[in-house]
Design a protein around this ligand. Structure first.
Ligand code: LRH
Length: 488
């Protein structure tokens, strides 16, 4: 039997999973086992007179090596041959590498405060309309292109020879080969959403406005599509993990791309919420929507597996809840997630609904205070106590999902019969129920590990273990998952 290792890195944890394809041809399923889990998160580091927010990529690297070793041990026990490894992670963030191949410092976190105001400045120079017509990307303050502009005066910038998004970075350490996987590359702002290649006009415009950037294209690897073999584990990694020369396969390396492959939909009439630290809310299309109306609505065209487009918007997601629990914990009140949700369940419905996508909820910090300020500014009752605060977050998320779905279905013309919620947030029953009520759509919740399943099935197809289009791969996901339905 063939096994595939999915390395799935989220903003709060990284996971290494072994997926074994079992069952007869046409009735296959993936048996997924988590072999390692490690923490992840933003780390504030002093930087001269200020502070900088970073990822601890070496910690992730250690977790991946340990996880690969554990996957190898489990595979041997089960008599499974590991036929591939795929990595997916959150998007936009990247490491800078010197000419000698060394990493120039820890990658910045996209919630880094130095990005405030940069996007507006850049788009003011490039022309937002022209820019969107090419890259089709929603304006988020942290799109890679804005991060690069913010980095152009850094001491390491002139030394930078290679820019690698997180999965490409880790893949290059595993194999010695550097690629730019297309789904994640599409979140940089530098890709043409129609040709699925780096956009020379966009790169030229950036170089014209910001000459200090120099030749950015020379620092980007060539784009590859999911399913491409990147390379094989280096001798050093083989020694460290006890694995052989296993191929590393480009999957939908943007976690949202893999999560949407992992949506157990039966046909194309579906919408999704990929629910984790962020909530990504949208539909899947065959071609980007690059209209001026779409730009004004700030809807994004992220590129997906098999030539698809994820037409979606970012909603602030369960980040607001996890930061709330952290704020209380640091103030000396430990509230478990289960207790928080039980209190929210008992609280008055719809008492306070705020715009959770407002900029003030992006950086780490005191969310209950920010929610109170937002409620006050909107003339709404200020949430008080655990139940009201958590209820306000969930009611506000469900309301944001409703708004975004109305927008993306109208602008794309896609009709939908069902809303699939995948990812960790699919376990939040109250949020699923509120989402069904707010959107008027039946919600199908699960799989929790949508991204890892999407990662595995794309590898398995590349290896010839599975066959077929996305609908066929989704049937495999459906057979592999435990799903729950919530009617409006
Ligand atoms: C979700 C995600 C999202 C991006 C954000 C940076 O994990 O990849 O799609 O916008 O992280």
């Amino acid at each position: 039997m063939s096994g595939f290792v999915a390395v799935d890195l989220g903003a709060t944890s990284g996971r290494v999973m072994l997926g074994v394809v079992a069952g007869e041809a046409g009735g296959e399923r993936v048996d997924l086992t988590e072999v390692a889990r490690f923490g992840n998160g933003p780390l504030e580091v002093p930087a001269g007179a200020t502070t900088a927010l970073h990822w601890d990529v070496l910690h992730l690297w250690r977790g991946i090596l340990d996880g690969l070793r554990a996957a190898g041990a489990l595979a041997r026990e089960q008599g499974v041959e590991i036929a591939g490894i795929g990595i997916d992670s959150w998007a936009v963030d990247h490491g800078l590498f010197a000419a000698d191949g060394s990493l120039l410092g820890n990658p910045r976190h996209h919630r880094d405060p130095r990005l405030a105001g940069v996007a507006e400045e850049v788009l003011g120079r490039l022309g937002p309309g022209e820019h969107y017509a090419v890259n089709g990307l929603q304006t988020l303050p942290f799109n890679t292109e804005f991060q690069l502009v913010a980095a152009r005066h850094d001491a390491v910038w002139p030394l930078t020879e290679s820019i690698r998004l997180i999965p490409d970075l880790l893949g290059s350490w595993l194999t010695g080969v550097t690629v730019a996987e297309v789904t994640n590359a599409s979140t940089t702002g530098l890709l043409d959403a129609t040709t699925r290649r780096w956009s020379q006009p966009v790169l030229d415009a950036l170089a014209r406005e910001y000459p200090e950037l120099g030749d950015v294209r020379a620092r980007l690897a060539d784009v590859v599509e999911p399913g491409t073999v990147v390379g094989h584990l280096t001798d050093a990694v083989q020694t460290a993990t006890g694995l052989g020369a296993v191929p590393v396969v480009a999957v939908g390396s943007h976690d949202t791309a893999s999560a949407v492959v992992g949506v157990p939909a039966a046909d194309e009439r579906f919408a999704y919420v990929s629910s984790g630290t962020w909530s990504l809310v949208g539909v899947e299309l065959d071609a980007p929507v690059l209209t001026e109306e779409s730009r004004r609505a700030n809807v994004t065209n992220e590129l997906g597996v098999d030539g698809t487009v994820r037409y979606l918007k970012n909603v602030m997601g369960l980040w607001v809840l996890s930061e709330t629990l952290r704020t209380w914990r640091e103030a000396g009140t430990e509230v478990s997630l289960a207790d928080a949700l039980a209190a929210a369940e008992a609280a008055e419905p719809g008492r306070t609904v705020v715009d959770v996508d407002a900029a003030e909820f992006l950086p780490p910090g005191d969310m209950p205070a920010r929610l109170a300020a937002a409620a006050r500014a909107a003339g709404q009752p200020v949430p008080d106590g655990v139940g009201q605060v958590v209820r306000c977050i969930l009611d506000s998320l469900a309301d944001a999902y409703r708004r975004v779905l109305a927008e993306v279905t109208r602008l794309s013309g896609r009709e939908v019969d069902v809303l699939h919620v995948v990812g960790g947030g699919s376990q939040n029953e109250l949020l699923c129920r509120l989402t069904a009520q707010a959107t008027g759509l039946p919600v199908v919740a699960g799989p929790v590990e949508g991204a890892a399943l999407g990662n595995v099935v794309v590898q398995a197809r590349a290896a010839g273990t599975l066959a077929g289009d996305l609908t066929a791969l989704r049937a495999v996901v459906r057979r592999s998952s435990h799903l729950r339905r919530y009617d409006p």
